[in-house]
Design a protein around this ligand. Structure first.
Ligand SMILES: *Cc1c(COP(=O)(O)O)cnc(C)c1O
Length: 416
């Protein structure tokens, strides 16, 4: 029997078709999202989804893995070339799974980790209490100053007091370069493992547009679907053979069963794009577009956390405004511009309301937009924020943004 989704399941096909239209008509500016290539989606939709391949290349628990072995080895080799490291595990189903494996590999339950506070831009998996990382480990945090920047002297003081086993650096909402060398000094001072989570900035790192965590970090994790623009998934890298062995056992059989071979094949395809000269051009443009966004918003009188950006995202603060991050998120959504609310340094509102928004450039850059388009969009964002309750204006801008988006086609069909 053979079914095509369009005729077999029109109900789900319609949701996919509608999602394509949503992605096409709106301006996607969530900093953690991107548009992957059709070639990546082809690998994800391939027959590898049928295959069990528990274990690692050439050391499997199932027969018939000869092609899965090849695909996974290609993904590993490309990952190592891309980030200039010796070992890569490409099996984590997500960034969170990758981070869980790092802790499971290197420390025991109840031991101390020190990571960036969630409300200051860190990730749930960096020790936040509702996450496994805050439940299973004794977690402590550092944050940013009111100027939106990490104060490395303060992190050193906290580390000396806490004496953590692992220090986590890397963030989900931090617009400035992360100084991995400084974190190395801090980790050395207290004898901690340095774990860098580059989920957000990996696409810039591999293009040389953000300093690399190597050789400073002992272990590095990333997602493959954010700035890297690959399939949804995670990855762990290191130069230390002993850590690599522990990580492999922590992923399988520790945390996961069979690897998603179709996604691993898609990761390999994504890495091929990341290794190409076109990728360097893309990463430069991502930064140039975020910089333009910050410049225009500042010129229009908006407060940018840390006063600008070194990477792919901009944090806008409404601490001095009547309206909240939640209000801004809703108004921009009504204007066809998708962002997310975000806490800001010195936050006065609840985490469900917040006083800021996070805006990213990776997805629209993948559609081919450059500074000229970002200047137009940034001005429209400011128009919406200047008139936060003007629903008629939001509806007008929504039509304008849809027209702008239609010049930058990303997909011509919903399924590849
Ligand atoms: C997105 C993100 C993750 C988690 O990735 P998922 O694939 O959503 O689990 C981990 N760390 C950081 C810093 C992130 O931004």
């Amino acid at each position: 029997m053979s079914y095509a989704i369009e005729s077999f399941d029109p109900e789900i096909f319609e949701t996919i078709q509608n999602e394509l239209e949503r992605q096409t008509d709106h301006l996607e500016m969530i900093a953690s999202e991107n548009f992957t290539q059709p070639a990546v989606m082809e690998a994800m939709g391939s027959v590898f989804t049928n295959k069990y391949a528990e274990g690692y290349p050439y050391k499997r628990y199932y027969g018939g893995c000869e092609f899965a072995d090849k695909a996974e080895q290609i993904a590993i080799d490309r990952a190592c070339e891309l980030f200039d490291c010796k070992f890569a595990n490409v099996q984590p189903h997500s960034g969170s799974q990758a981070n869980g494996a790092v802790y499971a590999a290197l420390i025991k339950a109840g031991e101390k980790i020190l990571g960036m506070d969630l409300s200051h831009g860190g990730h749930l998996t960096h020790g936040s209490k509702p996450s496994f990382s805050g439940k299973n480990y004794s977690s402590f945090t550092y944050g940013v100053e009111l100027d939106g920047r990490i104060n490395y002297d303060k992190v050193m003081e906290i580390a000396k007091t806490v004496q953590p086993k692992i220090i986590v650096c890397g963030a989900s909402a931090y617009a400035r370069e992360i100084d991995f060398a400084k974190f190395r000094e801090i980790a050395d001072e207290v004898g901690a493992v340095l774990f860098a989570d580059i989920a957000h900035i990996a696409g810039l790192v591999c293009a040389g547009e953000h300093p690399s965590p190597f050789p400073y970090a002992d272990v590095v994790t990333t997602t493959t679907h954010k700035t890297l623009a690959g399939p949804r998934g995670g990855m762990i890298m290191t130069n230390d053979e002993d850590i690599a062995k522990k990580i492999n056992s922590a992923i399988f059989p520790g945390l996961q069963g069979g690897p998603l071979v179709h996604v691993i094949a898609a990761k390999a395809v994504g890495f091929k794009y990341n290794l190409s000269p076109a990728w360097k051009t893309y990463a430069k443009q991502v930064k140039a577009n975020a910089t333009k966004l910050a410049e225009v918003l500042i010129a229009r009188g908006y407060d940018i956390v840390s006063g600008g950006t070194d990477n792919h995202l901009v944090l806008v603060s409404f601490l001095n405004k009547e309206f909240s991050g939640k209000d801004a998120d809703a108004a921009l959504g009504a204007a066809g511009i998708t962002v997310n609310k975000n806490t800001v340094p010195g936050e006065t509102r609840s985490p469900f309301v917040t006083s800021g928004i996070r805006i990213g450039s990776p997805a629209l850059t993948s559609r081919g937009m450059k500074e000229a388009e970002f200047e137009v969009i940034a001005n429209k964002i400011a128009d919406v924020l200047d008139h936060i309750d003007d629903h008629a204006l939001h509806a007008t801008i929504k039509e304008e943004m849809k027209a702008l988006a239609s010049d930058f086609v990303i997909y011509d069909k919903p399924i590849y």
